[in-house]
Structures are given as C-alpha cells and as structure tokens.
Design a protein around this ligand. Structure first.
Ligand SMILES: Nc1nc2c(ncn2[C@@H]2O[C@H](COP(=O)(O)OP(=O)(O)OP(=O)(O)O)[C@@H](O)[C@H]2O)c(=O)[nH]1
Ligand SMILES: [Mg+2]
Length: 221
C-alpha cells in the first residue's frame, strides 16, 4: 500500500475526541512530535504534495487532528494519515497546551484504528522529555517509526552520531512496540522510500479495530 500515500487528500479536521471518525475497518497512521519538528513537512513529502498538510515557520500552526484520506478519490478511503498538534510550543497559553497534549495523548492511547505511529524528531535535538511523555501514551502493540528529520542540516558524521544517540535513548525506554528508526529529510527527500514502504506494510497488515487488542481502556501509562 506504499503507493496509496500518493493519493492523499484532505478529509477532515478533528478538534475534540468526540468528533473522531467512527472506528471501523479503516486504519490510520498518526504523525506525532514536537512543535516545529517537521510533521506536516514529512506528510507532504511522503505524499508528494506541496501543501497537503500545512507546514509553517510559525510553531503551533497545526492545532487539531487533521485527517488525510488515502485511496482512489472516487471511493471510500482505504486509510487515513493523521497530522497531530505539535507539543512543547512554549508560548501557547497553558490551558491550550494542556488541551493539545490531552487530545494527542488520549488519541494515541485510545484509538483502536491506529495501525502505526510516526514520531518526528528534529535530528539536531533528538529525543526529548516531551517525546518520552508522548510515547508513554502508546499501546505496546502499535508499531513505531521514528524519523530523525532535517538530516540535511547535519553532515554525515553528525547524522550517524545523532542516530546512535536516538537509538540508545529509545532503547532505554524499554518499549515493547515494534520500532524502526530512519534518518530523514523532507527537503532533500531522504528516507522517503523506506518510510513509505513501512507505512504501507502497516496499512496492509491492519486487521481491523475489532477490540481484541490488549490494554483495553487503559490510558497507556
Ligand atoms: N531543512 C529542513 N527544514 C525542514 C524539514 N522539515 C521541515 N522543515 C522546516 O521546519 C519548519 C517546521 O516544519 P513543519 O512541517 O511545519 O513542522 P510541524 O512539526 O508540522 O510543526 P507544528 O505543526 O507547529 O507542530 C518549517 O519551516 C519547515 O520548512 C527538513 O527536512 N529539512
Ligand atoms: Mg504541522
């Protein structure tokens, strides 16, 4: 289903959990990460659309869950990509910040339709405490792809060092989720094929939100 990414189009915006599309057989892949990490740019690059997800120099631009539908335009969606609000946007009023964290966190811990999660990290910053906090919401069976993006900003040796650091930091979390780590760049188009391939595998391997997953109703912590 890797090529399905190229059919992406905007579907809907969700500002509250109650507004989520009804869970059925349609799998979704969520992009999470700090504000300004490069989530929207990663989605645009993976889908080969310049302005599908709104990328911005102003952090905190994506303030809700934005759903993008995959599959032929004239038939029901085969899957969704979900752009989530970035966390750690320092100047957002505290209540707004908290609401975003809750929305994204509860979405991650409760959403049965999640076929996988893409964590977007700025390669120059690596894994931060805010990312650890978000990962703690994840159910253990949901696969994780970590993109170390903006790798175009670093030389080869620095990239390799950042990859090693991120790998060690992730290993220290002792998560049991299936996990992959990629050096990535939306602008230089690095890691796109590998990321598309894995996301495609998640989507085609998805077996429905049938409720047999462990950890039912837990908040993931
Ligand atoms: N050099 C470089 N810049 C990038 C890359 N990806 C994103 N950027 C830039 O980083 C900034 C933030 O990118 P976004 O994609 O809007 O980040 P985001 O994670 O969606 O941010 P929020 O929606 O605010 O949470 C923009 O100025 C992008 O142009 C990349 O791979 N390389
Ligand atoms: Mg964004």
């Amino acid at each position: 289903m890797a090529s399905a990414l190229l059919t992406a189009r905007f579907a809907t915006t969700v500002a509250k959990l109650a507004q989520l599309p009804r869970e059925g057989e349609i799998p979704e892949v969520a992009f999470v990460g700090r504000s300004n990490a490069g989530k929207s740019s990663a989605i645009n690059a993976l889908c080969q659309k310049r302005r599908l997800a709104f990328a911005s120099k102003t952090p905190g631009r994506t303030q809700a869950l934005n759903y993008f539908a995959l599959g032929p335009a004239d038939s029901p969606p085969q899957a969704f990509l979900v752009d989530t609000p970035g966390y750690g946007f320092a100047t957002a009023p505290i209540e707004v910040k908290r609401a975003w964290d809750q929305l994204a966190g509860r979405y991650l811990s409760q959403r049965r339709a999640l076929a996988g999660v893409v964590l977007v990290l700025d390669i120059r910053r690596g894994l931060t405490d805010l990312d650890r906090g978000l990962l703690a919401w994840m159910r253990p069976e949901v696969p994780l792809l970590v993109l170390l993006t903006k790798s175009d900003k670093l030389g080869q040796a620095q990239q390799a060092a950042a990859m090693r650091d991120a790998e060690a930091a992730l290993r220290a979390l002792r998560m049991s989720n299936p996990m992959a780590l990629l050096s990535f760049s939306a602008t230089r188009r690095i890691g796109l094929d590998e990321a598309r391939e894995l996301i495609g595998e998640w989507l085609s391997g998805y077996r429905g939100a049938g409720g047999s997953a462990p950890g039912d109703a837990g908040d993931g912590r």
